[in-house]
Design a protein around this ligand. Structure first.
Ligand code: ADP
Ligand code: NG1
Ligand code: MG
Length: 390
């Protein structure tokens, strides 16, 4: 049976960060915190974008964390504040928790954790809490600030409701509930946030979730350097496009080998069903898939599914716009906005225009008004010229 997260007594005044969080809490709510919860960020050493394919990863927790100070009340209201003023206060009834995945504000990550625990406890109303959050993980920088926040919220919600769960269960709940924000991650971040132990990296394996110590080389340390370009994974579709591409590849490989492809979702499941080695999987990929981008039509044709099934069964809400039938697309010009240029086979251009119109322009009134001058076909034109009246 996996252990529960430790619950230790600590001298607050001896810890600068806890002391200033305590003071911020007292200033905000006029009372002292009842307890604190902490969940660390992580750095991953080996294996990116494979946890959601079911493959093992090798992260270690970092010192930076999300820390929260909490009191509990009978009012069934969740009051959230943040030590960093860029994150605004938020208040909501614990009986009416909604997460807006189109607007991934910081408090929705917190509420993912609360909702995950609420569901685990059978949906009963939760105690109210007052909470101040203090984060030291650089946000949107690949060190998993989002999951540390979700895990911290899940952990403190358990404590506030006088319940406790083991680390594996908490990691699994947190993995599932962070998906409410829209990113369909695989569980590396939440697993290491709960299962980390000082002094060791962890090999995290899934299905079932387990973590084993990995001894790092003596006489070396890991240096983390942030390129300082932030990317909020829930605010764009980049992350989920990767997830969905792997999901579609899973189906195509499984179908090509006569497996029950409709049931399989992860590449590791195809490998396990075939009893294949990684080298055999690479050969299978080279044989079955082509390196050029797939159009929606081709995916549907290969899998024998309708466009609607593709949308509902395979794509996530924020990847509905992908793969409209271009051979290739890129941003043109300097970037930071502006136009994309797509090379589209002539016989697919009408379908392409319809698809981009329906998925990108029509749903947004501002873009719909600009569609006529914004979406057009252009042939290569001529150069400068002077024209004289005859
Ligand atoms: P990563 O997990 O790689 O850091 P994400 O894009 O997944 O990046 O998550 C970043 C989001 O997490 C931020 O936009 C913010 O909403 C939330 N977040 C991170 N740090 C804090 C913090 N200290 N306080 C509140 N929210 C935070
Ligand atoms: P970051 O970059 O920390 O948000 C994301 C996923 C991980 C994993 C890595 C790439 C979530 C919560 N996290 O982490 O599961 O896929 O990208 O290896 O979706
Ligand atoms: Mg994240």
């Amino acid at each position: 049976m996996a252990a529960h997260p430790p619950k230790t007594k600590i001298l607050i005044s001896a810890n600068e960060r806890l002391q200033s969080l305590k003071e911020a809490f007292e200033k905000k709510y006029g009372e002292s915190p009842l307890f604190y919860a902490r969940a660390p960020g992580r750095v991953n050493l080996i294996g990116e974008h494979i946890d959601y394919c079911g493959y093992a990863v090798l992260p270690m927790a970092i010192e930076q964390s999300i820390l929260a100070a909490v009191t509990v009340n009978d009012a069934k209201t969740i009051h959230l504040a943040n030590a960093n003023p860029i994150y605004k206060d938020f208040t909501v009834s614990s009986e009416d928790i909604k997460i807006d995945r189109n607007n991934p504000q910081w408090y929705y990550y917190f509420l993912c954790g609360v909702k995950g625990i609420q569901e685990h406890l059978g949906g009963d109303p939760l105690s109210g809490i007052k909470c101040v959050v203090d984060g030291s993980i650089p946000a949107s920088s690949g060190l998993s600030s989002s999951s540390a926040l979700v895990c911290c919220a899940a952990l403190l919600t358990m404590e506030a409701n006088h319940k406790s769960l083991n680390k594996v269960a908490l990691a699994e709940i947190s993995t599932k509930c962070e998906r409410y924000i829209g990113t369909e991650g695989g569980g590396m971040d939440q697993s290491i946030s709960f299962l980390a132990e000082e002094g060791t990296a962890k090999l995290i394996e899934f299905h079932p979730l387990r973590a084993s110590d990995v001894r790092l080389p003596d006489g070396a340390v890991f240096v983390i350097s942030n390129c300082c370009v932030e990317m909020n994974k829930a605010a764009t579709s980049h992350f989920n496009i990767r997830v969905v591409e792997c999901r579609i590849a899973t189906k195509m490989l499984a179908k090509a080998r006569g497996l029950d492809w409709a049931r399989l979702l992860k590449l590791s499941e195809v490998q396990a069903s075939l009893g294949a080695s990684l080298e055999e999987m690479l050969r299978l990929v080279a044989e079955v898939l082509h390196p050029e981008p797939y159009s929606r039509e081709e995916v549907c044709r290969v899998l024998g599914i309708t466009a609607e099934q593709l949308s509902t069964d395979l794509l996530s809400p924020n990847t509905q716009h992908g793969e409209s039938g271009a051979v290739g697309s890129r941003l043109t010009g300097a970037g930071w906005g502006g136009c994309a240029v797509s090379m589209v086979p002539t016989d697919r251009v009408e379908a392409f225009l319809t698809s981009v119109r329906e998925l990108y322009y029509t749903p947004d009134p501002h873009r719909a008004a600009l569609e006529k001058q914004s979406l057009f076909v252009s042939k290569p034109g001529g150069g400068a010229a002077i024209y004289l009246e005859e």
